[in-house]
Design a protein around this ligand. Sequence first.
Ligand code: URA
Length: 236
Amino acid sequence: MMDLERLLRSQGFGSRRETRALIWAGRVGVDGCVCEDPQARFDPEGLVFAVDGVEWICRKFAYLALNKPAGYECSRYPAHHPSVYSLLPSPLLARGVQAVGRLDQDATGLLLFSDDGSFIHRCTSPRKLVPKVYQVETRHPVDDRQVAALLNGVQLHDDPQPVSATACVRLRERCVQLTVTQGRYHLVKRMVAAAGNRVEALHRLSIGGLRLPESLSAGQWMWLDATEMALQALGA
Ligand code: URA
């Protein structure tokens, strides 16, 4: 059991003073009723509460999927474009959610966020080879030689070992679906360049077993549950 004031703090609704003020002002509801007692105790597991009429479910850890639009940087302190963090509501930022891996400013698609440090570490560890699937639009037609090069391994400037895609399916003349397991800086762009082509647009379709839901439009985010995230972390 946890008192309401502490519960709200754990979910990113401010300091002790701020959460008390919210509760005393009658702005917090639990299970459909206004609760004005900061010390009222509840079982936090799955508790539904509302702040200013917006419903939240109490979660030990936050796991989110965002459909990243083009023109946003994955940094908290972006240099030239707005931050992807500006697309998330403030309680989630206050909880300290972080992007799990990154997408380039001009790339779009599935981006995960969490405040579960061990999950973020598992997903981003270079030893954990989580497959990521990208739809890649290219400047030039993709020929058989380029597909073979991507599958057999291409040489990048900063690595003596060739890097290969685990799958490369031509979808259209200038579009391939590419699966890579590493998460290095500009990896797909550099691989496609090394194969003799150029990336014009990059869209991430999935990470591990987790696909970008078609219902999620660019700029929108959604909650993911812990089961989905466990599947994702296993690369299932
Ligand atoms: N590879 C890239 O080149 N850019 C991304 O954003 C992701 C993978």
